[in-house]
Design a protein around this ligand. Structure first.
Ligand code: SF4
Length: 257
């Protein structure tokens, strides 16, 4: 299991920083600086961020002029801010994608860093597994957009997190943060799982869009779900919610990170 670093306040473990476009969900195509935080306690079967699940000694900085430049971890708050600012001013991007790994494992750092970023005009897009509502509560005041996962056991190979997801969504709703819920679906995902997901969202915050993301084969996943099965899952979701979209990972289609 990854070590957590919640006691660190002015330094963080970061896996990589780069400029790209958002490849998933309802904000697809938006230009962002991605800050991928290190460390995750989960082990999803489809994880596409294996390196970021562990704390690493160095942060990889990718930019147009420097292909692979490393910065020692843990990185200081002011240094991380400079790295972001050197990649793009706030006016040139939609937001800073705070992703991982699981960024909320470093909530003590985020609680001081995110308000600083917003003070410089950046908007904060939090991308998270949606399983740590208590940690979210410490930083939600400094988040502009939230992409939370719904971890379906059929796709992750893990247990269900219904209680955690519900508390997480309530926290987003009470803070008024625009939020989407994204569930990766696999060839073994059942209509019961999607029904449970959609009902939970409908009971908690029915304005939220549920995104069904057909799994991209990688890590321990060998194949995509059948298109007809995905359509049936969407139909089940739409019995409970107004907005259920099927959106695959798009950045991989054009070779973007
Ligand atoms: S929560 Fe994200 S980073 Fe962690 S194992 Fe799952 S997909 Fe990978």
């Amino acid at each position: 299991m990854a070590r957590t670093t919640t006691r660190a306040r002015t330094t963080a473990f970061v896996d990589e920083v780069f400029l790209s476009v958002q490849g998933e969900g309802i904000w697809v195509g938006e230009r962002q600086v991605f800050v991928r935080f290190s460390g995750c306690a989960l082990d999803c079967a489809y994880c596409d961020s294996q390196r970021a699940r562990r704390l690493t000694d160095r942060l990889l900085l990718k930019s147009e002029d420097v292909k692979g430049h490393y910065v020692d971890n843990p990185v200081a708050q002011t240094d991380l801010t400079h790295i972001v600012a050197n990649l793009a001013p706030a006016s040139a991007i939609h937001s800073v994608a705070v992703t991982g790994g699981e960024p909320l494992l470093q909530d003590a750092f985020l609680a001081t860093w995110l308000p600083d970023l917003r003070g410089m005009g950046y908007r904060v897009y939090l991308e998270t597994a949606g399983t740590l509502p208590e940690r979210l509560a410490r930083v939600i005041h400094a988040v502009d957009f939230c992409s939370m996962d719904i971890k379906l056991p059929s796709a992750t190979g893990l247990r269900a997190y219904w209680q955690e997801h519900r508390a997480f969504l309530i926290c987003c709703r009470e803070a008024g943060v625009p939020t989407m819920a994204k569930a990766v679906v696999s060839s073994t995902t059942t209509s019961e799982e999607v029904r449970e997901t959609a009902r939970m969202i409908a009971e908690t915050w029915d304005a939220v869009t549920l995104v069904l993301q057909p799994v991209t084969p990688m890590h321990r996943v060998a194949s995509r779900p059948d298109p007809k099965a995905v359509l049936a899952l969407q139909a089940e979701g739409l019995r409970w919610l107004r907005s259920v979209r099927v959106i695959p990972q798009t950045h991989r289609l054009v070779g973007m990170p």
